[in-house]
Write a protein that binds this ligand. Structure first.
Ligand SMILES: C[S@@+](CC[C@H](N)C(=O)[O-])C[C@H]1O[C@@H](n2cnc3c(N)ncnc32)[C@H](O)[C@@H]1O
Length: 475
């Protein structure tokens, strides 16, 4: 059977859709079996093939991916359409969002992401629909035409409150770009998701640009904020969604689907499960010494007080000894640096010595000198501050609570610690907290596995969104 063949280069260059002449000229160099016609074998799979001289001559590239789809009779397609609506996915990652749509009965017509490892994982787990592609070039010609739904999860790093939030981070442009592509494809429904930071401060202009493009294209829009704990995962992950539709349907509110539970609910029975290779900390390492001082619910943090923050001066075996008076000065610094604000950025400022003296009721000067020598305090322009803030590092999670947001650093014990073992989390543990089933197997370097898992929309959240989106589709 012969179907549509499309050639995409690994450099993100579109060559051609069905062009039998080109296909035949390439076939002589294909490192794969040939069909009787002498062209690319047609199957529902994604092949990576290396070509020889002929291709080099045509396009100055070294390798090409061939994406082949088996054609269907019109009647079969119509039946499939009514039974299972189709969706396309932009910035698909390994397919967390997409898995939710598939679980809800949608059919993936194509998924696009720049990262070849994510694409490989998508294809292995979701049935060979993903293509490595730089969406700054728009979609490859004729792709995703006629899909019922388009979903998009553009990168969030430029918006994340945990990152630098550079207003002119080029990745921010990918949010409105998703809408531009949607306005061209014109699905019945378009869904985009991002972090809460994409709707705050000046960065909101990118989100508003996306909304403007969809409204201009004749779509109604609604916005929602979803928290993982209301969508079946034990995680405080918050995501903002826009649903845009052009079907004249009335949409209700998007409400949570089920309680997410706590860490204990998802981290049992892990022996022998794929992607679960826990790495214990070296007992004599600096990280292990810090980790041993942290109980569940605590973090290493010099800039907050209270039982949940452990300070560096509470861990003398790593950071050095201090006396009681020095610790009083350090505590006074924590209080006063946030009380007396000068700059408009950040949440604290360095402190002049008279403010410290007044807070302490004794002269801070001699102790500030020794604390400087010991590396706890720094001085600039006669203002004093803590050397290490450490806010947000070494958080030890709790069995009886949901997890913090699983981000791309979740496997790093310097950020997140297992509730009861001296180690960070395995990729499978991260995937469980994200609601991936164990049957979804991650491949590639460990760092890439955590990147894909941390980037993903939790599949149960994706599924709830898919069920909601179905309400907007024409019958
Ligand atoms: C937040 S992640 C998407 C996660 C995905 N929605 C999921 O649920 O698994 C953003 C993705 O955008 C991809 N990306 C970044 N720049 C891109 C570009 N120019 N073209 C295509 N994909 C890009 C990244 O590789 C990353 O996988």
């Amino acid at each position: 059977m012969r179907g549509q063949i499309q050639f995409l280069t690994d450099l993100g260059l579109w060559i051609s859709s069905l062009d039998q002449r080109v296909a035949r000229s390439l076939s002589g160099d294909l490192q794969s079996p040939r069909t009787p016609e002498g062209v690319v074998p047609l199957a529902e799979e994604h092949l990576s093939l290396t070509f020889g001289k002929k291709v080099n001559r045509i396009s100055k590239i070294r390798s090409i991916s061939v994406f082949a789809t088996t054609p269907q009779e019109p009647a079969t397609m119509a039946r499939a359409k009514s039974a299972s609506p189709s969706f396309g996915s932009l910035f698909s990652g390994c397919g967390g969002f997409d898995l939710g749509f598939v679980q809800a009965g949608f059919r993936c017509a194509g998924a696009f992401d720049l990262d070849p490892v994510a694409v490989e994982n998508h294809n292995k787990n979701l049935g060979s629909r993903a293509i490595a592609w730089d969406l700054r070039n728009g979609l490859p010609k004729d792709m995703l035409t006629g899909v019922d739904v388009l979903v998009a999860g553009p990168p969030c790093q430029g918006f994340s409150l945990a990152g630098g939030r550079r207003m002119n981070d080029p990745r921010n442009q990918l949010l409105p770009l998703a809408a531009t592509i949607a306005a061209t494809i014109r699905p019945q429904v378009f869904v985009a998701e991002n972090v809460a930071g994409s709707k705050s401060g000046d960065h909101k202009s990118y989100w508003e640009s996306l909304l403007g493009i969809m409204k201009e294209a004749g779509y109604a829009t609604r916005e929602f904020t979803c928290v993982g704990t209301d969508y079946g995962v034990p995680q405080l992950r918050k995501r903002c969604l826009v649903v845009a539709w052009r079907t004249n349907k009335n949409l209700p509110d998007l409400n949570g689907c089920s309680a997410g539970g706590v860490l204990r609910d998802v981290l049992g029975n892990l022996d022998g499960v794929s992607n679960h290779d826990p790495v214990q900390l070296e007992p004599d390492s600096r990280i292990a010494k810090i980790a041993r001082r942290l109980r569940p619910g605590q973090k290493l943090c010099n800039v907050r007080q209270g039982s949940r923050s452990v300070h560096t001066w509470d861990i003398p075996e790593v950071f050095g000894r201090t006396n009681a008076r020095e610790r009083q000065v350090l505590e006074a610094l924590i209080r006063t640096r946030r009380r007396r604000r000068v700059r408009s950025s950040g949440d604290a400022d360095p402190v002049p010595i008279d403010v410290l003296d007044a807070d302490l009721g004794f002269p801070a000067a001699p102790f500030l000198q020794t604390l400087k020598t010991k590396g706890f305090v720094r001085e600039r322009d006669s203002l004093f501050d803590l050397v290490h803030t450490f806010n947000g590092k070494f958080r030890r999670l709790e069995w009886q609570r949901p997890s913090y947001t699983v981000d791309t650093r979740f496997g790093d014990p310097r950020y997140f610690l297992h509730p009861s073992e001296e180690r960070g989390f395995s990729a499978r543990e991260a995937a469980r907290i994200q609601g991936f089933p164990d049957s979804f197997v991650f491949s590639g370097p460990t760092k890439a596995q955590f990147r894909m898992i941390g980037n993903a929309v939790p599949p149960p959240m994706g599924r709830a969104v898919a069920d909601f989106v179905r309400l907007a589709l024409n019958d």
